[in-house]
Write a protein that binds this ligand. Structure first.
Ligand SMILES: [Zn+2]
Length: 65
């Protein structure tokens, strides 16, 4: 678990949300944390990249050539 930016206490995980749930475009995860010591909250966002899409792009490029 990450440490609190303000007091360096280990943050407690609260919950995970999909980008959709937070009104963010694209696919990804928003993880929320809270500090048990000072009450600060933190959010970490991570985009999910679709590897299948990348494979399709490569095959498209080859057919164009
Ligand atoms: Zn704190």
């Amino acid at each position: 678990m990450p440490d609190c930016y303000f007091c360096c206490t280990e943050l407690r995980w609260s919950s995970d949300f999909a980008f959709d749930d937070c009104g963010i475009e694209g696919d990804g995860i928003v993880a929320t944390f809270s500090c048990p010591e000072c009450g600060a909250t933190a959010e970490f966002t991570s985009k999910i990249t679709d590897e299948d899409e990348d494979v399709n792009k490569y095959t498209d490029d080859e057919t164009v050539d």
